[in-house]
Design a binder for this molecule. Structure first.
Ligand code: ADP
Length: 279
């Protein structure tokens, strides 16, 4: 029997309903603004459009702050410091890939933790790691929301995460540990990926590698969550081969799986920050 498709849209709608209600409750003369630090990149621009499409109907203003290829560290710091100080800016998100002229860690060390809408600063990442209340990165937090919505148990189960990036794999490990899963992490240097992925009852993939996980790498009946968003030709494909649906019990489609939930969680994070800033 083919796997159940875990559609992200109803999950996103449920989250956004609650967000709409919270936005109504925030009393403010200012519009709620999300600042997007936007590199000159096709993928980043596509993501910015998707964020805009989710947030604009909520009455959130999305401000695009262009980063050109030649920006230097001082220029970047100046932009972010200004945004950190503007009261109407509730959240700041640096979209990937950063201009090559900038060190990778710069956004995480420059954005004020109070405005860190995607949980990337050391303060928020550290809180998440310690299991303290934290604004968690929206992609892995969205993955957890999908499981919750579809009633998929996490506690006590064997979870395997493929990928250890700061925005997906690593924070997902913390979220899964806090939800009482037994967690294994794989990455580029893992010697026998298939051997490890085959042990997973819950398999999470965020490697940025189209079709990396084939059906022979998946334990029959596993739940598979695909965070991959790869553009191949004109098509959007995940990190998981669609043939995995013949082996898994449930799987997220690409597109329409984790993607919509990511943006809904981003909106929720923004409102969480706005409330904290006003309390
Ligand atoms: P993302 O934003 O999707 O998390 P990144 O490019 O930042 O993507 O990170 C990719 C992660 O996936 C890295 O941690 C890398 O080690 C892992 N990865 C990439 N290719 C493979 C592979 N073939 N096998 C296992 N892990 C991989």
């Amino acid at each position: 029997m083919p796997a159940r498709l875990l559609d992200g849209r109803p999950v996103a709608e449920e989250i956004l309903r609650a967000v709409r209600e919270q936005i109504r409750q925030i009393s403010t003369q200012h519009l709620l603004t999300l600042a997007l630090l936007l590199p000159d990149d096709v993928g980043a621009k596509a993501y910015a459009r998707a964020i805009h499409k989710t947030l604009a109907p909520l009455g959130v203003q999305v401000r695009h702050v262009p980063l050109d290829e030649s920006i230097d560290e001082a220029g970047f710091r100046e932009i972010v410091t200004r945004l950190n100080q503007q009261p109407e800016v509730a959240g700041i998100l640096a979209l990937q890939p950063l201009p090559r002229s900038l060190p990778r860690w710069l956004p995480a060390l420059t954005i004020a933790p109070e405005k860190d809408v995607d949980g990337m600063t050391p303060i928020n990442a550290g809180r998440l790691f310690l299991g303290l209340p934290a604004v968690a990165p929206s992609t892995p937090a969205g993955g957890m929301e999908l499981l919750r919505y579809y009633g998929i148990a996490v506690a006590g189960r064997r979870a395997v995460v493929v990928g250890r990036s700061p925005v997906v794999g690593r924070p997902l490990v913390s979220l899964l540990l806090s939800a009482d899963a037994t967690v294994t992490v794989c990455h580029r240097k893992t010697t026998d990926l298939a051997e490890v992925t085959r042990t997973a009852e819950l398999l999470f993939v965020a490697a940025g590698s189209p079709g990396l996980i084939g059906p022979e790498m998946v334990r029959p009946g596993a739940v598979v969550v695909d965070f991959g968003i790869n553009v191949v030709g004109e098509r959007l494909v995940g990190d998981v081969d669609p043939a995995v649906a013949e082996v898994a019990s449930a799987i997220t489609p690409v597109p329409g799986g984790t993607g919509p939930v990511t943006n809904a969680v981003l909106a929720r994070n923004l409102v969480t920050l706005a409330r904290l800033q006003r309390s």
